[in-house]
Design a protein around this ligand. Structure first.
Ligand SMILES: *Cc1c(COP(=O)(O)O)cnc(C)c1O
Length: 377
C-alpha cells in the first residue's frame, strides 16, 4: 500500500479550516472574556442566548453545559418523573436515551422509517399508553422530523414534546426552525456539530417563559439570588468563553449550512441512482441542516476499508442501536420483539465526509471512490 501525503487525505470533518478562517474574530472574543474575567454565564452567555433564541424564532434560549444536560434538564422541566415512559428512537446517539434513564424514566424505543431513518410516526402513536409522559423526537443527521404532526398527536393526550435538535441547528420544518416547535428544543454545541463551541456547551430553547425560568434556575444549583436555593438543582452552566465563541460562529451558520446543502446535493446527484446504494432522504417540506451525509449500503464495512485505503475517512452513526447497548439492558421498554428497520440501518449506514470548507473536487473524489468500492465489492 502506498503512503498518502496528508494533503491527499479527506477527513470526515475538519475544524482547523473553520478556526483558521475565524482566527482574528475568535482572538478578539477571547480577549474580551479575559478582560472581563467573568468566566461563567455573564454578559457573553446572555448575549448568545438572546441571539440564538432570535435565530431559532423562540422567546428564550438557556445555555448549559452540553447537549446531554440540555435533554436531561428539558425532561425534568416538562415533568418527567421516575416510572414514567418516554417514547423515542433507538437509532440515535446514546445521550438521547441516557437523559431519559437519568431522569428515572423508561425509554420506549420505536422503529424508524426506512427512507429517512427518523421515528415512524404511526408506530409512535401505537406506543402511547397511560404511562407516556413525553416524546423525544430526534432530528437525526439534521433531517427534520415532522414535529407539527407529533405535537398534534401529543397535545390532545397531555404528552410533552422535546426536540433533540443536537444535529439540526438551522434546519427547518414547514419553514420553522428545528427546536422551535415542540415544548422544548435541545441543542449541543459539541465542536463538530453544525454550530460548535471550542469545548462542551449546550442550550435549551422554548417560548414557555415559566419553563425557561425553571431551567435557568436548575442549571445553577436551583439558585434564587446568590445564597438562596429554592430546590435541588445542578451545575450545568455555559462558560463565557464558549458563549463568546458561539456568538461569532452563529453569524456564519446560515452560510455554512448552505454550503453543506450544496455538498449534499452534489453527493446526491452522483449517488442517487447508483445500484446497491440507498440515500437517507430528508422528509418533504423540510430543509435539512446536513450535519451528516449518510448512505445505506450492504457491504458497509468493506466499503469503509476501501475508502480508507484511498485516503478517505468515514464514520458510522450509529453501529449499535441503543436497545442493543449493554448500558440499556433492562432499562427500556421494547414496543416490539425487535426493531427491524433500526437493526438493518445499524449495519448499513455510512457517513461520508461533509463540512463547509470541503471542496467540490473532494466531494467528487469521495463519490467516485465509493462507487468504485461498491462495484468491486
Ligand atoms: C451530540 C448529540 C447529543 C449530545 O450532545 P453533547 O453536547 O455531546 O452532550 C445528543 N443527541 C444527539 C442526537 C447528538 O448528536
Amino acid at each position: 500500500m502506498t503512503k498518502q501525503s496528508p494533503t491527499n487525505l479527506i477527513p470526515l470533518v475538519d475544524l482547523r479550516l473553520q478556526h483558521e478562517a475565524l482566527k482574528s474574530e475568535l482572538d478578539q472574543a477571547l480577549s474580551r472574556v479575559f478582560t472581563s474575567s467573568d468566566f461563567i454565564l455573564g454578559r457573553e452567555v446572555e448575549a448568545f442566548e438572546t441571539e440564538f433564541a432570535a435565530f431559532c424564532g423562540v422567546e428564550h434560549a438557556v445555555g448549559c453545559g452540553n447537549g446531554t444536560d440540555a435533554l436531561e434538564l428539558a425532561l425534568w422541566a416538562v415533568g418527567v418523573k421516575p416510572g414514567d415512559e418516554v417514547i423515542t428512537v433507538s437509532h440515535t446517539f446514546a445521550a438521547t436515551g441516557e437523559a431519559i434513564v437519568r431522569c428515572g424514566a423508561v425509554p420506549r424505543f420505536v422503529d424508524v422509517n426506512p427512507d429517512d431513518l427518523l421515528m415512524d410516526l404511526s408506530r409512535m402513536e401505537m406506543a402511547i399508553n397511560p404511562k407516556t409522559r413525553a416524546i423525544v423526537a430526534v432530528h437525526l443527521y439534521g433531517n427534520c422530523i415532522d414535529i407539527k404532526q407529533i405535537v398534534s398527536v401529543a397535545r390532545s393526550r397531555g404528552i410533552k414534546v422535546i426536540e433533540d435538535a443536537a444535529q439540526a441547528h438551522g434546519g427547518t420544518i414547514g419553514g420553522l426552525r428545528a427546536g422551535s416547535l415542540g415544548d422544548v428544543g435541545c441543542f449541543s454545541f459539541y465542536p463538530a456539530k453544525n454550530l460548535g463551541a471550542c469545548g462542551d456547551a449546550g442550550a435549551l430553547v422554548t417560548s414557555d417563559s415559566d419553563l425557561a425560568g425553571r431551567v435557568r434556575q436548575a442549571r445553577d444549583h436551583g439558585r434564587q439570588g446568590k445564597y438562596e436555593h429554592a430546590f435541588i438543582g445542578r451545575n450545568s452552566r455555559m462558560d463565557a468563553v464558549q458563549g463568546a465563541i458561539l456568538r461569532i460562529k452563529l453569524r456564519h451558520l446560515e452560510k455554512w449550512n448552505k454550503r453543506r446543502r450544496q455538498i449534499a446535493d452534489r453527493y446526491c446527484r452522483q449517488l442517487a441512482l447508483f445500484p446497491g446504494l440507498r440515500l437517507v432522504n430528508p422528509p418533504p417540506d423540510s430543509e435539512p441542516s446536513r450535519h451528516l451525509f449518510v448512505v445505506q449500503i450492504d457491504e458497509r464495512d468493506a466499503a469503509r476499508q476501501a475508502l480508507l485505503r484511498s485516503g478517505i475517512s468515514t464514520g458510522v452513526h450509529y453501529p449499535i442501536p441503543l436497545h442493543k447497548q449493554s448500558a440499556f439492558t433492562g432499562l427500556y421498554q421494547p414496543t416490539d420483539a425487535s426493531l427491524p428497520v433500526t437493526e438493518a440501518a445499524a449495519s448499513r449506514v455510512l457517513s461520508l465526509p461533509i463540512f463547509p470548507e470541503m471542496t467540490d473536487e473532494a466531494v467528487d473524489r469521495v463519490a467516485k471512490s465509493l462507487a468504485a468500492a461498491i462495484s468491486k465489492g
